[in-house]
Design a protein around this ligand. Structure first.
Ligand SMILES: Cc1cc2nc3c(=O)[nH]c(=O)nc-3n(C[C@H](O)[C@H](O)[C@H](O)COP(=O)(O)OP(=O)(O)OC[C@H]3O[C@@H](n4cnc5c(N)ncnc54)[C@H](O)[C@@H]3O)c2cc1C
Ligand code: SF4
Length: 333
């Protein structure tokens, strides 16, 4: 029987744990938080089908009801050391755990919007992130800076992705379709609001995404403007003024809005960065590097250590689960 350690109980870690346990492996699943799936239960509804995030979390958690899986919560793994044929996982308190093979599924954190000072996050209450909006949608309480229903909501794409200043040149892949999903949710809760999405270009790469984008325009009256917002500031009546350029017609634009939603990108989580550095597995932008993009995408440079999900690069839940299934099969070889 193989002894497997999985670090991170998000969708990737849970899916792999359930497959490996059903193939007679003994699995230790480490999670630094008090509960599993924190990057799922902080969402309201999920693209592409508007299904409930909580229902998905319940389904995934049910996969952990297997005697061969031991979920170890409140345990942050900070290092992995090779010890003859075994691996030793070391937690923040110095306690060690032993396994034959290790899967890293430590996932992502969102870009810290404070780093884009010119957009006013943390300075003006009317500037929020896509994660803040998820919370408002979940509680059916979308409000402006003075607690009133907003008349206008503006989304800004690519905050902390495809961006020279933050050093993140990559595309975070999920935020275009997340903006479309959220704009539709806002329309459902605020039928009279004007809703705009400012984009560089829209990347609707997944099945059903392009249709959702069309629906957003045709059924939900959401307006898409090709342009980048360079600056946000407050007005006397607690609204937000934005400066931008409509790059399709080549004209500078000024607009006031009640809410400016920053579509923050994905970065490697602190856990991903720490393990990438400590274990010498860091790839571009400190995500964990796989050996190759085609046939070895779940192997790392260290034999016996594998990687899956957003610890490797930005991806959706569907792609994360497919990727962790592939990782589990690779680990069974
Ligand atoms: C605003 C936003 C909205 C989104 N909406 C959708 C959507 O509608 N549909 C969709 O398909 N995708 C959506 N996504 C993407 C989705 O969140 C990810 O695809 C998914 O969470 C990736 O799963 P994962 O297991 O790779 O990583 P994560 O979900 O990040 O899980 C990683 C886990 O590892 C734990 N961990 C980290 N470091 C350590 C450590 N050192 N030791 C132990 N545990 C550790 C973390 O606490 C976490 O529980 C959205 C993303 C964002 C930013
Ligand atoms: S998915 Fe869209 S918003 Fe996100 S970084 Fe890529 S282009 Fe920008």
């Amino acid at each position: 029987m193989k002894k497997i350690a999985i670090i991170g109980a998000g969708p990737a870690g849970i899916e792999a744990a359930s497959i490996l346990a059903s193939h007679d492996c003994e699995v230790q699943l480490f999670e630094k938080s008090a509960d599993t799936l924190s990057n799922i239960t902080d969402k309201a509804f999920l693209f592409p089908d508007f299904s409930s995030a909580q229902e998905l979390a319940d389904k995934l958690n049910a996969k952990l009801l297997n005697d061969k899986i031991k979920v170890i919560l409140n345990t942050e793994i900070v290092d992995i050391k090779k010890d003859n044929d075994d691996f030793k996982m070391i937690d923040r308190d110095g306690k060690t755990y032993v396994a034959d093979k290790v899967l890293i599924t430590t996932g992502y954190n969102v870009f810290d919007a404070h780093r884009k000072e010119e957009l006013g996050y943390g300075i003006y209450k009317g500037v929020i992130t896509s994660l803040d909006l998820e919370r408002m949608i979940r509680h059916k309480q979308i409000t402006n800076s003075i607690g009133e229903e907003p008349e206008k909501v503006v989304f800004l794409q690519c905050v902390g992705s495809r961006d020279e200043k933050s050093g993140n040149h990559y595309c975070s892949k999920v935020c275009c379709v997340t903006a479309v999903k959220q704009a539709i949710e806002v329309r459902k809760q605020l039928p009279k609001a004007q809703i705009y999405v400012f984009y560089m270009d829209l990347r609707m790469w997944g099945q059903g995404f392009e249709e959702l984008y069309r629906e957003a325009q045709e059924q939900y009256d959401i307006r898409f403007v090709r342009g980048r917002i360079s600056e946000a500031s407050a007005t006397f009546d607690s609204r937000i003024q934005i400066k931008s350029e409509d790059t399709l017609i080549g004209q500078p634009l000024k607009m006031t809005t009640d809410l400016l939603v920053l579509m923050v990108g994905m970065e490697p989580s602190k856990g991903t960065r720490t393990l990438a550095e400590k274990c010498g597995l860091a790839g571009p932008y400190k995500f964990i590097a796989s050996v190759g993009p085609h046939t070895n995408d779940n192997n790392t440079a260290t034999e016996g250590i594998f990687v899956a999900g957003t610890a490797k690069r930005p991806m959706s839940i569907r792609d994360t689960i497919t990727d962790s299934t592939a990782a589990a099969l690779e680990m069974l070889k």
